[in-house]
Design a protein around this ligand. Structure first.
Ligand SMILES: Nc1ncnc2c1ncn2[C@@H]1O[C@H](COP(=O)(O)OP(=O)(O)OP(=O)(O)O)[C@@H](O)[C@H]1O
Length: 313
């Protein structure tokens, strides 16, 4: 249903070029949930923004984004407007910034319905109530303003908006990062239920692999703008970076794992000064000489692909 082919994003800041995404190829089947993981600055949000063409045209320097076979990057504005919300919608990190503080919740949820001429008047009101109930909020909340809701409730409203036009794909960028742990668990359960009930595909982005593994069928791990591993959520990671990232977070449902010492030494590289060879090699606990010179591509073996000279075919 969704295919990214060699997607590349480079931000130009005057004379400075920041290569944020470097040749990312990924596929997402109908009804599948795919998690995109990586540390801050690895390029995850740039992928999400490029997907719905929410970046300046000059930033997407290469590749294709095929949604049901149609390239989002080259479609005309009319078609793009139709695709946004109704084929694919996005739930951003930090819901409080996504809602208009001076408009009632119900009016904001109804807006995509009206723009896409799917419902207006009483029919839109009825759909808003239905959507609020689907995300676990009482229908009377349609009359509330964003400041009258908690962070978790506002994130539920964002999810209701994303569902409004019954899209095939929802992109959720760190949907629970700004929430406390209890509310985070509730929102994750809600996302899981909704995608299963409505057969929606999900691209969920997070730095937290344990959260992604809890919701998604497959995981893709990014480092310095590249994919370093793609494979099923169940099963062992092969790339040393994915392993280190997985070790950096406690496992959902395993309280003992919270007590173990965790962390990943060093910092991600500056995109303007990427190390030669594998970009992870200066931090890699198992790097060999070859890693400094070999820029290895993703190698598929079984149901998993990893970009590491030590993993092999
Ligand atoms: N508008 C921009 N102009 C210039 N550089 C940018 C811009 N947006 C992102 N970058 C840079 O691109 C790289 C990738 O950023 P991006 O936000 O996509 O990563 P991320 O993995 O989503 O990180 P986070 O989890 O912190 O959002 C970073 O080096 C970032 O500083």
């Amino acid at each position: 249903m969704l295919a990214l082919e060699e997607l590349s994003v480079t931000y130009s800041l005057g004379a400075v070029e920041v290569p944020a995404v470097r040749g990312v190829s990924l596929e997402l089947a109908a009804g599948e949930a795919l998690g995109l993981a990586g540390e801050s600055g690895s390029g995850k949000s740039s992928v999400a923004l490029a997907l719905l063409r929410l970046l300046p045209r000059s930033a997407v320097v290469g590749g294709r984004v095929l949604l049901d076979g149609e390239d989002v990057l080259t479609m005309n504005w009319g078609r793009l407007r139709a695709v946004r919300w109704s084929s694919a919608s996005i739930v951003f990190q930090g819901a409080q910034h996504g809602l208009n503080p001076v408009r009632r919740i119900g009016d904001q949820i109804a807006e995509p319905l009206q723009v896409h001429k799917l419902a207006s008047g009483a029919a839109a009101d009825a759909r808003v109530k239905e959507l609020l109930e689907q995300v676990g909020l009482p229908a009377w909340r349609a009359r509330s303003y964003p400041h009258e809701l908690s962070g978790g409730m506002r994130q539920r409203v964002m999810i209701a908006m994303a569902l409004a036009c019954a899209p095939q794909l929802i992109i959720a960028d760190e949907p629970t990062t700004a929430l406390d742990l209890m509310v985070q668990a509730q929102v994750l359960t809600l996302i899981r239920q909704l995608i299963a009930e409505h057969g929606i595909s999900l691209l969920m982005i997070s730095h937290d692999l344990s959260v992604l593994a809890d919701v998604c069928d497959r995981l893709a791990v990014m480092y310095a703008g590249r994919l370093v591993e793609v494979g099923p959520s169940a099963g062992e990671f092969r790339h040393p970076y994915s392993k280190a990232l997985a070790d950096a977070f406690p496992t959902v449902g395993d309280p003992a794992s919270r007590l173990a010492p965790r962390g990943l030494a060093g910092d991600p590289p500056d995109p303007q000064r990427l190390p030669g060879g594998c970009a992870f090699h200066p931090r890699c606990p198992v790097a060999v000489e070859e890693c400094a010179s070999t820029d290895v591509q993703l190698l598929v073996s079984g149901d998993r692909a990893a970009a590491c000279v030590l993993v092999g075919e």
